[in-house]
Write a protein that binds this ligand. Structure first.
Ligand SMILES: [Mg+2]
Length: 270
């Protein structure tokens, strides 16, 4: 068995800071979905919303949740459009601490379903991408050094993300100048990350490789730790990206998880 390394790499919050783009896309999509909610939203309030979304980014697992957050922020500020029981007096800190409980409540009280919100969010991004490619690309950025780390790596690399693959590919190409093979991008719809990791480790061509999974979301790493079948994976939480100080401290106490900074990351990927 030949040695060597295999890296499964998260995308948003590891390579790409997409918070500006996803927040603006969410506002566009939310206006389509709930036009009456946004009738009274002026430019100043919209700016406030996008600003709060940077703070709230660590709670988001999948893109459509941005839409829910955007609407919730409007409901916090404008009582007359309130349809949820939770918005009254809710603070940004409350949302940060309780999002996993708030999410199902909002979906229920707003009578929304996940699939149509995922579709809509994807459609709005597609439209933006198609009609204003440079504007859309420009709303994203790569964390310093990460694109080079990707280009210079001689390891087996896979991107495992909850973003749609086509957007991931477009950003890698246009913003980072990397032609990353599309069959190495496992995007939204390819199954939960734990399943993707299992698939990767079972591929015949990957036998004998050392396995590494790099993420910015602690909850995702914890899910991997719950799977005995995945106990060969080395786990890393990046110190940049969308996690909170509290989560980094928690990860620091978990022996299986290594915290890495940007210089470590570039060295690792080599
Ligand atoms: Mg991430």
């Amino acid at each position: 068995m030949g040695g060597g390394d295999l890296y499964a790499l998260d995308f948003d919050g590891v390579f790409c800071d997409s918070c500006g783009e996803s927040s603006l896309s969410a506002v566009k999509a939310a206006k389509v979905r709930w036009p009456w909610v946004f009738e009274q939203v002026d430019a100043a309030l919209e700016e406030w919303i996008v600003e709060q979304m940077h703070t709230l980014r660590p709670v988001i697992e999948t893109g459509y949740e941005n839409l829910l957050l955007v609407r919730l922020l409007v409901e916090i500020k404008i009582p007359s459009v309130r349809k949820s029981s939770v918005a009254d007096g809710l603070s940004i800190q409350d949302i940060l601490e309780n999002w996993s409980k708030l999410l199902p409540t909002l979906m229920d009280e707003w009578q929304e379903d996940r699939e149509s919100l995922v579709d809509l969010f994807g459609r709005v991004r597609d439209d933006w991408l198609e009609n204003d490619l440079s504007g859309w690309i420009g709303a994203n950025r790569f964390y310093p050094g990460t694109a080079d780390a990707l280009k210079l790596s001689s390891s087996e690399l896979y991107i495992v993300t909850t973003k749609q693959s086509r957007f991931t590919g477009a950003l890698l190409k246009e913003l980072a100048g990397v032609d990353f093979p599309s069959e190495r991008i496992y995007g939204l719809g390819t199954g939960p990350k734990v399943k993707v990791l299992q698939q990767l480790q079972e591929m015949p061509q990957h036998q004998g490789l050392t396995l590494h999974f790099i993420e910015d979301r602690l909850a995702t790493l914890k899910n991997v730790m719950k799977e005995p079948a995945l106990d060969k994976w080395n786990l890393y939480l990046v110190k940049w990206g969308y996690n909170t100080q509290k989560e980094r401290e928690e990860a620091g106490d978990i022996p299986r998880i290594q915290l890495i900074d940007l210089p470590d990351f570039s060295k690792q990927l080599k």
